[in-house]
Design a protein around this ligand. Structure first.
Ligand SMILES: [Zn+2]
Length: 357
């Protein structure tokens, strides 16, 4: 993943940096005086980590990321990735230890494996019928795909603006990469931060209805200034292009990195794509590819281009709301005072409803 992203950026003359935790930061800048926008997607996906060297036969792995135990049926197919290529394996057994604490899975394999090799469910890397995109890992490769599509469009169209495409590691194990990114301090404090996720499809946030501006996640609600800004830009895109649609929803199916960025004082919000078979959990407790809507991917790229172009409008939606409230109150204030006077209501005594002088 990281290598592909680096080569993609370098071949477009974009500056790539990485921090000591292995997060990647690609910077696009054209012109001056634009408020930076940092879009963040994570590169990892739930998977197996080989915990010992094995000459062949059997090997113990640890599963990282949230998948319920009943999906690990004996015979389940896994693909291991090591320095000397890919090899197939199957689930042999799941040791009887507390699944919530450690997800140990014993695999049977032909050939050797080394400690630190990783594994994924043995599913096709990617398939599409041009309406849907299926992959063994849409979460969050679809988010990464959106960021690469955005970088490509920015470069091709020479759009003025400053955008960071940030690719983090180890989200599925609890935002380790995102927290490392905060320690690295490579994102300017003035940046509007947008976490870009593939999120479990919810009945009120269906697939195919465009990017979802995420008001919050299971843990927190995000910065309302960012949400308002994103909504204003999306509404502008929708006015210009009748095919463009978007949603604004609380996606509380999981927690996302935006919670981390808000906690560290960034102006952060989130945008997600609705995704089927979240974490490869298919119907009937079978492991399946995740899938997203290709139109949602395309619309999210279109939306982000406009977010970059309009970044200096950040704060405007909030100011307009304040003005609107002030005007509303100004209109009603006098009448409110006059009618209140005629009601002869007792005014608060000092020290009862107010602090004593
Ligand atoms: Zn996930």
């Amino acid at each position: 993943m990281a290598q592909f992203i680096r080569e993609f950026a370098i071949s477009r003359d974009l500056r790539v940096r990485s921090d000591k935790f292995g997060n990647l930061i690609v910077c696009y800048r054209r012109g001056r005086g634009h408020r930076p926008v940092a879009f963040v997607a994570h590169m990892d996906h739930p998977g197996f980590e080989v915990t010992e060297d094995a000459a062949g036969g059997f090997v113990m792995t640890r599963f990282l990321g949230s998948v319920p135990r009943q999906y690990f049926r004996p015979g389940g197919r896994v693909r291991l990735f090591g320095a000397d290529g890919e090899r197939r394996a199957t689930i042999w057994s799941v040791p009887d230890v507390d699944w919530a604490k450690e997800k140990l899975v014993r695999l049977r394999l032909k050939g050797a494996a080394r400690r630190g090799d990783f594994g994924m469910w043995d599913l096709p890397p990617v398939k599409t019928n041009h309406r849907l995109i299926w992959s063994r890992a849409c979460d969050d490769l679809a988010g990464c795909l959106v960021l690469l599509g955005m970088l490509d469009d920015l470069v091709q169209s020479r759009i003025p603006g400053t955008a960071y495409a940030v690719f983090t590691r180890a989200e599925e194990t609890g935002f380790h990469g995102a927290m490392g990114l905060m320690e690295s301090r490579l994102i300017p404090r003035s940046a509007v931060v947008v976490s870009v996720e593939s999120s479990k499809e919810l009945p009120h946030a269906p697939m195919g209805q465009g990017p979802i501006i995420r008001v919050g996640d299971r843990a927190t609600t995000f910065d309302p200034r960012v949400t308002m800004f994103l909504e204003e830009v999306a509404a502008r895109v929708a006015r210009a292009d009748r095919r463009f649609v978007f949603q604004r929803k609380l996606m509380d199916g999981g927690t996302c990195e935006s919670t981390v960025y808000c906690h560290h004082g960034y102006h952060a919000g989130g945008v997600c794509l609705s995704m089927g078979n979240y974490h490869n959990l298919g119907p009937g407790e079978h492991i399946r590819e995740e899938y997203v809507d290709a139109g949602d991917v395309q619309k999210t790229v279109q939306f982000f281009i406009e977010v970059v172009r309009r970044s200096n409008d950040y704060g405007r939606a909030m100011r307009l709301l304040k003005q609107r409230m002030d005007t509303l109150f100004e209109r009603g204030r006098r009448q409110l005072l006059q009618t209140a006077a005629s009601m002869r209501l007792p005014l608060p005594q000092p020290g009862v409803f107010t602090e004593p002088e």
